[in-house]
Design a protein around this ligand. Structure first.
Ligand SMILES: O=C(O)CCC(=O)C(=O)O
Ligand SMILES: [Fe+2]
Length: 344
């Protein structure tokens, strides 16, 4: 494999290899800066002893999930130093020599440790300007044995982020009108799949011609994102691409993913997002994808479709099958979700 990092570091690189040339849909207006603010959820208030404050926060969470599908989470309890270490250790991983990283090169989509490039390099017709490391960190914990200290950081980050996800999903359970632990039980979160993904976007000599990550939605329930302070993420909001600013340090950017759209019967929608590149600095992001247990058949929550007397909009499918379908196909936006949607 040819990493983007090694291409970007080649001397006198002043244009990208043609396989990286991405054609943007020319009918689409360019991304704009958001007029409205991405909503912020104060995690500590979700468990406040004051019932009014708690229900107000759950209402805010509900609005954030409905209107945006993307929100920032503050006061989440994950130490800032740990978040910095995660970025630092991920950068150290990409800084290993190519022959050291080769040991982790991807083989199959459910390989516990996968170092790779682009999005799905076996299917992509053009390549994307990013290298990645994906590690399954729950229910079984895996870790690359390099760089030193990565194991401890990953293990602690897995534990701490799962606490945040558990709290958010209890809130979401309530905001959907279900018992607080409904989502957790129905989707067997105790053995839920958690994937750590570090994305590296080296400086690109022709950033307007390349793309870091194509428009996609994530496959799980909730994704927790952090980065090294360099912007580049864009999300689709009300049909338009908007830039996400990095103006709230020590927060997580959380997004709704496909399995939550299915489970909520479309009440909460997974959101398309993409990553653009720049010609100045390396951008590094870390996404932690949190999903149901791999063996759970995911479908619209029974209680939602019966009590609200609505028709289920999605075909039941085992999460493992959904994941394999998503990871082994060429992705265009949210086409995987369309495959489990009942014809309307
Ligand atoms: O780089 C980013 O900010 C987004 C990463 C992402 O969307 C992903 O890993 O699924
Ligand atoms: Fe994503």
């Amino acid at each position: 494999m040819n990493s983007v990092k090694s291409i970007a570091e080649s001397p006198d690189l002043n244009h990208i290899p043609s396989i990286y040339a991405y054609s943007v849909n020319s009918t689409e207006p360019p991304a704009s800066d958001t007029q409205d603010e991405i909503p912020t959820v104060d995690f500590s208030l979700l468990t406040s002893a004051d019932p009014d404050l708690r229900s107000k926060t759950i209402q805010e969470l509900d609005m954030a999930c409905k209107d945006w599908g993307f929100f920032r989470v503050i006061n989440h309890g994950v130490p800032e130093a740990l978040m910095h270490m995660v970025i630092e250790k991920s950068a150290e991983f990409f800084d290993l020599r190519e022959d050291e990283k080769k040991e982790f090169e991807e083989k199959g989509v459910l390989d516990p440790i996968r170092y790779g490039t682009s999005f799905n390099s076996k299917k992509d017709e053009i390549l994307y300007w990013r290298d990645f490391l994906k590690v399954i960190i729950h229910p079984d914990f895996h870790y690359p044995n390099k760089p030193s200290g990565f194991r401890e950081v990953l293990m602690e980050y897995s534990k701490r982020t799962r606490e945040v996800v558990k709290g958010l999903l209890s809130g979401i359970s309530t905001s959907l009108g279900l018992d607080q632990s409904y989502v957790q039980k129905a989707l067997k979160l105790e053995s839920g799949l958690q994937i750590f993904a570090a994305n590296l976007y080296p400086p690109c000599p022709q950033p307007e011609l390349a793309m870091g990550l194509p428009p996609h939605s994530d496959h799980g329930l909730l994704t927790l994102l952090i980065n090294n302070g360099v912007g580049g993420l864009q999300i689709k909001h009300k049909g338009k691409w908007v830039n996400v600013n990095n103006d709230l340090p020590n927060s997580f950017l959380v997004n709704i993913a496909d399995q939550l759209q299915i489970f909520s019967n479309g009440k909460y929608k997974s959101v398309e997002h993409r990553a653009i590149v720049n010609n100045v600095v390396t951008r590094l992001s870390v996404a932690v994808a949190n999903g149901p247990s791999l063996d759970v058949v995911v479908e619209p929550a029974y209680k939602l479709v019966t009590e609200e007397r609505c028709v289920p909009g999605y075909i039941p499918m085992k999460y493992k099958e959904y994941l394999e379908m998503q990871q082994s196909n060429k992705i265009v936006g949210k086409t995987c979700l369309d495959r489990v949607r009942y014809e309307k």
